[in-house]
Write a protein that binds this ligand. Structure first.
Ligand code: 3HC
Length: 311
């Protein structure tokens, strides 16, 4: 049966079709999907914190409403992705405990502080822009529930990116202080946004297998390059400087050559030693603990329902 299962699995992957929850799949395929999808979900949930910091401080009611809608969207993205991961046999509680106990990764990008309103623009434009580059190919991931979740998420990401770009455009065309605030925020978020795509290809242990299984459609460096290429004309339109002074286009290879990325900073964050790692996990743990009574009440209500149904 294992042999037949493997052949069937290989044929589906080769034909660029979808593996569904009830299909036979190699244990390693299941495990790497649980790893990637749960970490993606954790990223969405933790990613609510940096922006939530500005919901009560937004400069106008319009901006407050837009930011609230975006943060709510991120919560929904997290729920789609946790639900997709649960189809692989892991429970929501297990994933939550892995995150809270510091045993699961989430995107490095959310371990930075958001000191000014312009950071809301830089996050929308750069972080959600990078997320779009990374997530559009994931719509074609070989695992059905993941690809389908991505289709819905990508539709909302374009609104996220657009509202961020608009915030920066407004500031950049405002007073000199506002323009400087926008430039400072872009300086803070540009390099960390490049790190979102993961280590360089030669230092990416999961890429080869993930690409063979058509989970990952393009390599980390390819998507990073695509993102940089998208940003260059938008820096022009914004009238802001790209923080990478060594950035140049290589006509021969048709790719962007970036300046040095600080992989020590990246690795420090993955080790939990970033500017806001401790704060982000503490906040998530406290939210989980203060919500315990709701879960207990719902579980008790469900138990009573079952008892009543059995009478
Ligand atoms: N932050 C944290 N960890 C990272 C990372 C990052 N930016 N980039 C890589 N890593 C980790 C990987 O998880 C892996 O560790 P693990 O084996 O313990 O999980 C290790 O570094 C080596 O990296 P690889 O390239 O070998 O790992 P992957 O093949 O998994 O590639 C990835 C990394 C490109 C992030 C891939 O996992 C992926 O595409 N994930 C789904 C997309 C995602 O998580 N995006 C997060 C962006 S935040 C977001 O989307 C919210 C948006 O609404 C703003």
């Amino acid at each position: 049966a294992e042999q037949a299962g493997q052949e069937h699995f290989d044929a589906i992957i080769a034909a660029d079709q979808r593996i569904e929850p009830r299909d036979w799949m190699p244990e390693k395929y299941r495990r790497t999907l649980i790893r990637q999808i749960s970490q993606h979900a954790h990223s969405e949930i933790i990613g609510m914190q940096p922006e939530a910091n500005w919901i009560t401080r937004a400069p106008s009611l319009k901006r407050k409403a837009i930011l609230t809608a975006k943060v709510q969207d991120e919560a929904g993205h997290g729920l789609y992705l946790y639900a997709a991961a649960q189809t692989l046999g892991i429970t929501r509680d297990e994933m939550t405990m892995q995150l809270i106990e510091g045993r699961a990764r989430y995107s490095s990008i959310f371990n930075y502080h958001t000191p000014t309103w312009a950071d809301m623009g830089a996050i929308g434009w750069l972080v959600d822009g990078a997320a779009i580059c990374n997530q559009v190919p994931l719509c074609r991931a070989s695992y059905g529930p993941y690809g389908r979740a991505m289709v819905r998420i990508c539709k909302e990401e374009s609104f996220h990116q657009r509202q961020g770009f608009e915030i920066l455009m407004e500031l950049s065309n405002g007073t000199p202080e506002q323009k400087q605030m926008a430039q400072d925020a872009v300086d803070r978020w540009y390099w960390p946004a490049l790190m979102m795509f993961g280590p360089s290809d030669e230092h990416s242990p999961n890429s080869a297998q993930s690409m063979a299984w058509k989970i990952k459609r393009f390599s980390n460096d390819e998507l990073r390059n695509r993102f940089v290429g998208m940003c260059v004309p938008q820096f022009e339109a914004l009238g802001l400087e790209c923080p990478d002074k060594d950035l140049r286009f290589d006509e021969e290879t048709g790719t962007w050559i970036t300046g040095e990325i600080d992989w020590d900073e990246f690795n420090a964050i993955l080790d939990g030693r970033g500017p806001a790692n401790t704060q982000r996990l503490r906040h998530r743990r406290e939210a989980h603990e203060s919500g315990a009574w709701v879960r207990e009440a719902a579980a008790e209500y469900a138990r009573k329902q079952r008892e009543r149904d059995q009478q």
